[in-house]
Design a protein around this ligand. Structure first.
Ligand code: UD1
Ligand code: UDP
Length: 381
């Protein structure tokens, strides 16, 4: 039998990091799968960094990114470009990841071409339409289009069951973020910034969400600025997202603060290892919330809600919102209260054993084999 052709579609940094273990596993299983990698280029430099880190060369790159791009432009350009590639390649299955606009457009393009769709990291929900925006609706719509749902946890599988998706097409696999972490973390890791900050408590900060791109982000940066100016025992490492709107706000609040190390986006290996050495993390990122429990590093989540309740239940994550005074209180509390810090550090990772990619491919192989058995049976009759 010829190998099944699997087309992986992604466009941004987090999708690339979490699809990389699947692409690597597809390459390992060449006797049963042919792997086609398609990127929309919704991100450019930040995507290139991940592709280089994991040694992935896309077969197609739509290269759509524009400065201050809109949701409409990402959707339209991705949908048109992806549909053409799917029509040309006719894969047996398309895989998309998570909740970006690329994921949704990829799912829609697969549907328009009547190609089965597998959704990796399926079932995350806040049940709040505009938070995160537009991810909550992107993932819901991708779920509607998907034939197979790879849920990272039992909690996310339950969300899908509540939406009446067929239990036989939902698989709890763990999160491929943990697979990726297993390849990046090393005990003997060093970095000049770790040397520079080693005599202080080190906080790793990331912040990029669209719904925070208003007063919320000003509050976050103002709080970080005030706390780090008030006390000299703290250093913040802040790899700043390349979105120019974010960079303007960073410049306004944090540029002149010597305790805040402003740097560009870090390579995945560097980010994971610096996170591993952080006293704690402050972030509005989704992926970072999944990684921190594996690293035993507490996280203050700079959002009003999270689709990752497992990390909250495990004790690693504390959702603190975006009010300036609340952020200052929580920063100081976690810096000073060793018992709280220890409690938040000792959680158990709820996102799987690092073998999610293999599990996903086993389910895909089984599904496609069954589909083709059915098809051949019909032809023979
Ligand atoms: C996107 C995803 C979000 C995900 C995030 C991960 C959507 C709508 N949003 O948000 O779900 O959490 O990626 O980081 O799918 N830019 C560059 N170079 C890059 C990347 C971005 O210059 O490599 C700049 C561009 O000016 C671009 C802007 O950042 O227009 C915003 O990028 P975009 O992908 O639209 O939004 P993100 O906030 O990155
Ligand atoms: N990350 C990275 N370099 C950085 C910041 C983050 O490699 O400078 C990684 C991080 O480890 C995680 C992913 O990027 O795997 C999260 O991406 P992001 O926060 O951009 O998106 P989200 O997860 O919120 O969709």
């Amino acid at each position: 039998m010829k190998p099944f052709k699997i087309m992986s579609i992604f466009g941004t940094r987090p999708e690339a990091i979490k699809m990389a273990p699947i692409i690597k596993e597809l390459e390992q299983q060449q006797d049963v799968f042919e792997s086609i990698v398609v990127v929309t280029g919704q991100h450019r430099e930040m995507l290139e960094q991940v592709l280089a880190s994991f040694g992935i060369t896309p077969d197609y790159n739509l290269d759509i990114m524009a400065e201050k791009q809109t949701l409409e432009s990402i959707t339209a350009l991705s949908l048109n470009g992806l549909s053409e590639i799917i029509a040309k390649e006719r894969p047996h299955m398309v895989l998309v990841h998570g909740d970006t606009t690329t994921s949704f457009a990829g799912g829609l393009a697969a549907f328009y071409n009547q190609v089965p769709l597998g959704h990796v990291e399926a079932g995350l929900r806040t049940h709040d339409k505009y938070s995160p925006f537009p991810e909550e609706i992107n993932r819901g719509m991708t779920g509607v289009l998907a034939d197979l749902h790879f849920a990272p946890t039992v909690e996310s599988a339950k969300n899908l069951l509540k939406e009446n998706k067929s239990a036989s097409n939902i698989f709890v696999t763990g999160n491929t973020a943990i697979d990726a972490l297993k390849t990046t973390i090393s005990d003997d890791y060093t970095h000049p910034l770790l040397e520079q900050t080693k005599h202080k408590k080190m906080i790793l900060l990331t912040c990029h969400r669209r719904e925070n791109l208003n007063q919320a982000m000003d509050n976050i940066f103002a709080a970080v600025n005030e706390v780090t100016r008030e006390r000299d025992d703290v250093a913040v490492i802040f790899p700043v997202h390349l979105n120019p709107e974010i960079r303007e706000k960073v410049a306004k609040h944090l540029y002149a603060n010597e305790n805040v190390h402003l740097i560009g986006p870090l390579e995945t290996v560097d980010f994971h290892n610096i996170a591993n050495h952080a006293d704690f993390i402050m972030t509005d990122s989704g992926g970072v919330q999944e990684e921190a429990p594996s690293l035993d590093v507490p996280v203050l989540v700079l959002r009003d809600n999270t689709e990752r309740p497992e990390g909250v239940d495990a004790g690693t994550l504390k959702v603190i919102g975006t009010n300036k005074e609340d952020i200052k209180i929580w920063m100081n509390r976690l810096l000073d209260d060793d018992i709280l810090h220890k409690k938040m550090s000792l959680a158990t990772n709820p996102y799987g054993d690092g073998h999610a990619a293999t599990k996903i491919l086993t389910h895909i192989h089984h599904y496609l084999t069954e589909q083709y058995k059915l098809m051949y049976n019909c032809i023979e009759r």
